[in-house]
Design a protein around this ligand. Structure first.
Ligand code: G3I
Length: 304
């Protein structure tokens, strides 16, 4: 096939992008989105600060706009993210303990209920583990409500939208290391105890300091072997030309080699849409032209 989405669909997968609602009126941006992608992740619009700016007052306008676009082009939606230590609304900072726990669970329930039936996969919990070699949970206001906050969030999400696949999502877990080992142990424990979890997201933000790990495919496979889907959720790779194209090809090849790797999302459309302050990490240049990396990804998707 001739587009990313249609080529991924040939093997039962999706190829998605992060989208910002305020860019939907940009015709270059929208044209590429509508043509190439069959999954959308709202880049910021479903986060806690955006959806619940005052406690128990919900604001879904921008996220609804993105969901409506997804529906109109037949794309899936990856919901991102119900519970996260960043991008919390200001009012959470005065809460702790049971009050914060209940506020978080209410948030999960209300947002998942609003989008019930419209979300393919939810990032229920995002980035809850510490970087480095400790394998510990990240210290955060949510973690300080008790170690079981993650499973409580997953149970609330399942109750609110039983059809959505529920994912744990993180970065620096793309290869086998202390952090991914800790996530692996959590998923194994959740499966053993019947805590609802369906998928693990590997953000896959790569650059010279943090390149595509050589054991990427093996790491995706070991999680898949636990009985969850795996998804590449925020792919971007700094660089340019052939080197960048080769890294993108390798990342996509790794997913295609894992039966339960059922989708890939890049974190933006054009280089200028990227969260990264510098670098050219995406598949389209600032003018919306296809880069070498785009062509290599398309070729790999069509090779299976
Ligand atoms: O909405 C405000 C606006 O009102 C204000 O005037 C403006 C001035 O700075 O800021 C706007 O908020 C920004 C927001 O994006 C929306 O554009 C924040 O400053 C900015 O920090 C925020 O950045 C986002 C970042 O998450 C926040 O942590 C990026 O766009 C987004 O790409 C990035 O995405 C994260 C994933 O959610 C999780 N994984 C890592 C990934 C990259 O950091």
């Amino acid at each position: 096939a001739t587009t990313l989405g249609a080529s991924a669909a040939a093997s039962g997968r999706y190829f998605g992008t992060a989208v910002a609602a305020y860019k939907l009126s940009d015709s270059t941006y929208s044209g590429i989105l509508n043509r190439e992608f069959n999954s959308i992740t709202p880049e910021n619009e479903m986060k806690w600060d955006a959806t619940e700016p005052q406690q128990n007052q919900f604001s879904f306008g921008s996220a609804d706009q993105i969901v409506a676009r997804a529906r109109s082009i037949g794309a899936k939606v990856r919901g991102h993210a119900l519970a996260w230590h960043q991008q919390q609304p200001g009012w959470t900072s005065s809460l702790s303990g049971t009050a914060l726990r209940n506020a978080m669970l209410n948030h999960v329930t209300q947002v998942a209920t609003h989008y019930k039936g419209q979300i393919d996969s939810w990032d229920v919990v995002n980035e809850a583990f510490e970087d480095g070699g400790s394998g510990a949970r990240r210290d955060s206001n949510l973690q300080r409500t008790g170690n079981d906050w993650i499973e409580a969030a997953f149970r609330a999400a399942r109750a609110a939208d039983p059809a959505a696949k529920l994912c744990y999502n993180d970065y620096n877990t793309d290869g086998q290391n202390a952090k991914s080992n800790a996530v692996y142990a959590m998923v194994q424990d959740f499966k053993a105890r019947g805590v609802p979890i369906d998928c693990v997201g590997f953000q896959s933000h790569f650059n010279a300091q943090s390149p595509l790990p050589s054991d990427y495919q093996a790491n995706l496979q070991r999680f898949a072997n636990l009985g969850v889907d795996v998804q590449i959720t925020e792919l971007d790779i700094e660089g340019s030309g052939t080197a960048q194209a080769n890294s993108y090809a390798a990342a996509v090849r790794a997913c295609l080699a894992v039966t339960r790797c059922n989708g890939i999302t890049v974190w933006g459309i054009r280089d200028s849409d990227s969260w990264r302050a510098s670098g050219t990490p995406l598949l389209f240049d600032n003018s919306g032209n296809k880069k070498a990396a785009y062509n290599s990804v398309l070729d790999v998707l069509n090779s299976v």
